[in-house]
Design a protein around this ligand. Structure first.
Ligand code: ADP
Length: 258
């Protein structure tokens, strides 16, 4: 079957293969990661990826309500993905949409393989994800932030889960599509993985790519995941360095009779 030739209504690449936001095809959007941003949550994280801004809060392991949902041999991981009414250009209805319900399930399933759920039978681990500003790729950014929030909550993990999408814009394979590229491009391939274990926990595809393009996009998405994983590790290491510094300052003060 001949591949359909789709022409995007907007030119997403210039003559030098630079994108509208001046990125190269294999470049991720600028990422900012923070952990421990919410004092009432057991663990939390914040991510900015380009113009997308997302908060993740973890509560638990805690008692599960309603109790009949409790699993006798492991904890129930429940991720809830919601977009704020003001997160997109046109006001989004506050009622949970089908898309939000689907993404909640997709995100839960991407993170569950990383969590030692068997350590907490009958308990619940709740992850609330709030998209404050959406500009494409929010399921991947949510997975990246939620995984950090789980680590921040001290929940034992097999590995962090890092997520990144690749896709096809103006017929070329590109990393980490933004909203405009997602809507006007030809395909989007979100991938999540546990890089240290080399295990894929999510792979979805929207749009059309041939086999060769799929392989290229998949490999590019994995590269993106690995880069994001390094950033996740770095922010957690920094957290523990600053805790250590606080402790040694306190100890010094006590030693000096302060
Ligand atoms: P992802 O955010 O994981 O790429 P989708 O492909 O479903 O998920 O959505 C792509 C983008 O479309 C979102 O990141 C967001 O910028 C935009 N979007 C999603 N829902 C809405 C909505 N209700 N109104 C306007 N834009 C939306």
């Amino acid at each position: 079957m001949e591949e359909p030739h789709i022409i995007s209504p907007i030119k997403l690449l210039n003559e030098d293969n630079l994108r509208l936001d001046k990125r190269r095809l294999d470049e991720i959007r600028p990422i900012k990661l923070e952990v421990g941003v919410l004092s009432r949550a057991d663990g939390s994280a914040y991510i900015e990826q380009g113009k997308s801004k997302i908060l993740a809060a973890v509560y638990g392991p805690r008692e599960l309500h309603p109790r009949h949902l409790a699993q006798p041999d492991e904890a129930l991981l429940q991720c809830i993905y919601r977009m704020a009414t003001f997160s997109v250009e046109e006001r989004k209805s506050p009622a949970p949409s089908r898309r939000e319900t689907e993404l909640s399930k997709v995100i839960t399933e991407s993170l569950a393989p990383a969590v030692f759920l068997k350590y907490y039978p009958r308990a619940s681990i709740d992850v609330y994800i709030q998209v404050i500003q959406a500009d494409g790729g929010t399921r991947c950014s949510s997975i990246t932030a939620a995984s950090l929030a789980l680590a921040d909550a001290g929940i034992p993990l097999r590995d962090l889960v890092a997520a990144c999408a690749a896709g096809k814009i103006d017929g070329k394979i590109a990393l980490d599509l933004n909203d405009m590229e997602d809507k006007s491009g030809q395909a989007d391939l979100p991938v999540a993985m546990m890089p240290r274990k080399n295990l894929i926990t999510l792979i979805q595809m929207d749009g059309f790519m041939n086999k060769q393009e799929f392989v290229e996009a998949y490999e590019l998405a994995l590269k993106g995941c690995r880069k994001i994983y390094e950033m996740q590790r770095e922010v957690l290491i920094q957290k523990y360095i600053s805790i250590q510094e606080e402790f040694s300052e306190e100890e010094n003060e006590q030693d000096n009779g302060g």
